[in-house]
Design a protein around this ligand. Sequence first.
Ligand code: NAP
Length: 259
Amino acid sequence: MFTSLQGRTAIVTGGSKGIGRGIAEVFAAAGVNVLVTARNQDDIDTTVADLADHPAQVSGLRADVTDPADCRRVVETAVERHGGLDIVCANAGIFPSGRLEDLTPADIENVLAVNFKGTVFIVQAALAALTASGHGRVILTSSITGPITGYPGWSHYGASKAAQLGFLRTAAIELAPKKITMNAVLPGNIMTEGLVEMGQDYMDQMAAAVPAGCLGSVADIGNAALFFATDEAAYITGQSLVVDGGQILPESHQALSEL
Ligand code: NAP
């Protein structure tokens, strides 16, 4: 049994949709006050309304993680609303596809700006508040794509997700004396609103590549993030947890067809 996180406060960037919304919901269900951030106000409002019946305060703030001033405003708001900040889930991300021969400098900059720099900016903004909490937690949403696997069209995206882990390993050392841990969840193929829009055939095709035989849920990622946020995980830092139903394990198509 883990010690209750009731009354702690978390920021979830990109918490209005998909995996971020799943993380927000799991945290709110555990009694953690959550500040959800994203750029689209309507999506924020919908999520905040949908999560209102949990035993914690869930609120929203429109902010762009590519802007360090926005990130500072997010942290100030969390502290103002809840009296402190304990957990940062750096989850906001984009995944536009583009083959190597077609990628423009702007395409590359855009993906790195949100996925990599946005991660660094929100963590930097939160350092003082997380130090003050005495048990600060940073949880990054990276991916299997980049750190472990590759997929045509996502070379720049994969690089941005691997960059998060390079950042993590040194930042975790710097933050350890402040009792702040920093870890990453690496999702496989997770069922989000965006994936559902691609249709059942597409989802079936993706699920066929997973030994578990199904796509992951946003709660699967939320639960992994929640574990890193617990007091019992205080001695774990700089680590990555793959949550993918075994997707990265088969050494060939043949291995899957033997099931
Ligand atoms: P999603 O459904 O598209 O949600 C992305 C969230 O990030 C939204 O709330 C979006 O809101 C926000 N966001 C995007 N750009 C932002 C910015 N510049 N500033 C602030 N917020 C921003 O995506 P998802 O599939 O849940 O992905 C979430 C994370 O999981 C990403 O880091 C992604 O790389 C990672 N991931 C996803 C999967 C998967 O299977 N879904 C697998 C591996 C890793 P706004 O657009 O309103 O800003």
